[in-house]
Design a protein around this ligand. Structure first.
Ligand code: FMN
Length: 318
């Protein structure tokens, strides 16, 4: 992947005799990114390469997170070079996980997992188990970006198994947009209902929310609610990036529902429900839609909607 091998063309320019060692998947990628002649060696799981004093062993980890992904293991140092797996999009003057703020580190690690690796949960579990069966013990994990795991590196592996499991907290993420605050008042009333059930929730307004932060919260939470008014017989376009991103990330075992105001035709809620289903979120209760501006009675219905949804979340979390 160019973010960890983008310098290969520059290296080849300086020294065309450099040997490139890569996986089978890497061959295709190298051929396209570095046209021209070069010395290529394809390796597979179990192969090793002598670097002189030290050796590297290879482990093919396809789709963690690209087809070419391959771990390299140095048995003399007990270091696992894990490329994309176990990384973060996190730059710091320190290089080691044990030297940075723990809250920041784990927030970045789960954000990276949620936004980059979620589509490959099944493959992650499979590859972690395959690696464990090799019996190549590591004392350090060096991903291609983010912090190096030095103290108890297994904790990030355990977290990957947990995040890949499809189990989630009994909590709810609510995302909405609104022009004249009718849908916003609905969203807040729904959250009061969730709160009345004693369930944690996070409310995001698309006008200020960050897509990647929202996806991280979606990974953690069992429930997902989405709302907006009907606009041109459809949803508000500002919701589309969230629903499309969820469709691509294919979160496991999520439940959801939709809400929103309308002026005349009122297709918005139905369109949101369709988008939820496409995003593999199971719609577990009928959406709620309100004409123009919610009155006190409507807001009570929204609170009840929130309470009902919180109950569904609790019961589906077991
Ligand atoms: C540009 C525009 C297009 C709209 N198109 C529709 C529509 O196709 N069907 C409909 O039922 N309401 C439509 N509406 C009405 C809104 O859904 C309605 O005003 C709603 O109450 C706004 O909700 P809000 O208070 O959350 O912003 C439209 C409103 C605007 C501004």
């Amino acid at each position: 992947e160019p973010d960890h091998s983008g310098s290969i063309p520059a290296l080849l320019e300086r020294n065309p005799r450099i040997k490139i060692v890569c996986s089978r998947g890497g061959k295709t990628s190298v051929a396209r990114h570095c046209p021209g002649g070069y010395n290529l060696q394809i390796v597979k799981t179990g192969d090793s390469l002598s670097l002189g004093k030290r050796n590297l062993r290879f482990f093919e980890a396809q789709m963690l997170h690209w087809p070419d992904t391959m771990f390299s293991y140095c048995p003399e140092e007990k270091i696992l070079f894990s490329t994309d797996a176990f990384g973060q999009h996190y730059a710091h003057s320190s290089h080691f996980a044990d030297e940075v703020d723990d809250c920041e580190l784990w927030a970045e690690a789960i954000k990276y997992f949620a936004n980059i690796l979620t589509p490959f949960c099944g493959q992650i579990i499979k590859k972690i188990n395959e690696y464990a069966a090799l019996g190549w013990p590591f004392e350090m994990i060096c991903p291609s970006h983010g912090m190096i795991w030095r103290k108890n590196p297994n904790r990030i592996v355990e977290k990957y198994l947990e995040w890949s499991s499809g189990r989630a907290e009994a909590s709810v993420v609510v995302v909405y947009d609104s022009i004249w605050k009718g849908t916003e008042r609905m969203a807040k009333a729904i959250c009061r209902g969730i709160e009345a059930e004693g369930m944690p929730f996070k409310l995001f307004y698309t006008g200020v929310a960050d897509l990647n932060d929202v996806m991280t919260e979606v990974l953690k939470a069992k429930g997902f609610l989405v709302g907006c008014p009907t606009l041109n017989n459809n949803i508000m376009p500002s919701l589309a990036p969230y629903l499309e991103e969820m469709r691509g990330l294919r979160f496991l075992n999520k439940i959801g529902a939709a809400f929103g105001t309308y002026g005349w035709s009122g297709e918005g809620v139905k369109r949101l429900e369709e988008a939820l289903e496409k995003a593999t979120v199971k719609v577990v209760q009928p959406g709620i839609k309100i004409l123009f501006k919610p009155n006190d009675e409507d807001l009570k219905s929204c609170e009840q909607f929130g309470r009902n949804f919180a109950k569904q979340v609790r019961s589906s979390c077991g």
